[in-house]
Design a binder for this molecule. Structure first.
Ligand SMILES: [Zn+2]
Length: 410
């Protein structure tokens, strides 16, 4: 039994609670009580929040940072550079790259990552490398193994959706590991194959993700092939449900927004701005019932607060309107929204029964010193960054202490 006493903790409202005592047993939160005395509990100064979820990651693309950001071109020319990198990666290189990337995430306060995994070479050696890397860092992982059947590189593709299902069926859930499914996109997976993947996920109650309408060109070719938008194609294939997550969802028609009201939408603003994708209709999606979450996607940047505040700030630029999302709604997108999307329901919350995943944010560093306690939530969402992350816990174990990784490697 571990007891933590938080000077301030965010329990879901616009303002943090004071003096919050959190009891932890067997990797889960058992009690949460505000207005409590510290007693002999371990004291956490500053603001404590639930673990931050990174719902969309391609770990290997961390190696593109600083190599693809300048110059002209588009999403499509960026993709050529990404392909060139992917061709050079071995399982051993993948382990080292993913371990470094997941360490950077842990230091940024990320406690669970959804690795959208399509660089598998038709086998599971790359997936095992990703799983090992997450285990060594101590971060919770949902491996979203992506069906990819056409276009791209040989190393992305399975021979059929059934071959994909056989391969992914060999991977097993673990204490901090969930195996989920992904349809890479309607570009890479035809309609009949999308049905197979959707059925596989539904049978297992596994999370299902897909890249959706990142670029207008994808919408046009999907209309030509299926006579529908990508969202409606996926709906016809049986993919859309509360355990489905549409990644990007940037270029949507009104019917798409209505359908996605039954699902999750993962926005990746720092990647979307880097690739000149556009700004998605986040407010309309949220008001239509979609649950929002965020992802670092291409790892152009790894900062979950920047992704969350960009939902609001990018929409301000696009609409000329402020206050589309409250700080609490942005914090939800960064925490519980991602846990729900990644198949850890009830996670990303400081509440009894939730996994004991939490993040302690310093309020006395260079960024947040002087923040009045009642404004700590909005100050954190709108101004904090990885430098303000002090301690990070996953399943009751510290993986970052005093802004440094602990990890599980002896
Ligand atoms: Zn992606």
């Amino acid at each position: 039994m571990t007891s933590l006493w938080c000077e301030l903790a965010w329990l879901g409202g616009d303002e943090p609670e004071r003096g919050v005592l959190i009891g932890i047993e067997d990797g889960a939160i058992t009690t949460v009580r505000a207005g409590a005395d510290p007693g002999d509990a371990e004291r956490l100064d500053g603001l404590t929040i639930p673990g931050l979820a990174n719902a969309h990651s391609h770990a290997f693309q961390r190696a593109l940072r600083g190599r693809t950001h300048s110059g002209t071109g588009s999403f499509w020319t960026w993709r050529e550079q990404m392909y060139a990198l992917a061709e050079t990666i071995t399982p051993d290189a993948y382990l080292r790259l993913a371990r470094a990337t997941f360490s950077e995430m842990a230091l940024a306060g990320i406690t669970v990552v959804g690795e959208f995994h399509y660089l598998h070479g038709g086998g599971n050696a790359m997936a095992e490398a990703v799983i090992q890397a997450a285990g060594e860092v101590g971060i919770r992982l949902t491996l979203l193994d992506a069906c990819y059947l056409r276009g791209g590189l040989d190393s992305f593709r399975d021979t059929s959706a059934h071959a994909w299902a056989r391969r992914v069926g060999e991977l097993q859930d673990g204490e901090l590991l969930r195996i989920g499914a992904a349809i890479h996109s309607v570009r890479a997976v035809d309609f009949e194959s999308a049905k197979v993947v959707a059925e596989w996920a539904a049978d297992r109650g596994a999370p299902l993700h897909a890249h959706v309408s990142e670029q207008p060109e994808e919408n046009e070719s999907c209309q030509q092939e299926n006579g529908l938008t990508p969202t409606l194609t996926l709906a016809e294939a049986g993919a859309i449900s509360p355990s489905f997550t549409a990644v990007h969802a940037t270029h949507l028609a009104p019917n798409d927004i209505a359908v996605l009201g039954f699902a999750n939408v993962c926005l990746c603003p720092t990647t979307e701005r880097d690739l000149a994708d556009g700004i998605g209709p986040a407010r309309q999606l949220r008001e239509g019932g979609a649950k929002l979450c965020t992802g670092s996607d291409s790892q152009a940047f790894i900062d979950p607060f920047e992704e969350a505040r960009a939902i609001e700030l990018d929409e301000r630029l696009a609409t000329g309107v402020r206050g589309n999302h409250t700080p609490a709604q942005l914090m939800e997108a960064a925490t519980s929204g991602g846990y729900d999307s990644l198949g850890w329901p009830g996670g990303g919350r400081l509440a009894p029964g939730a996994p004991a995943d939490l993040v302690n944010v310093s309020l006395d560093g260079i960024t947040l010193a002087g923040t009045p306690p009642e404004h700590a939530v909005e100050a954190t969402i709108f101004a904090a960054g990885p430098r303000d992350i002090r301690h990070v816990m996953v399943a009751g174990r510290w993986i970052v202490r005093n802004s440094d990784t602990v990890g599980t490697v002896p």
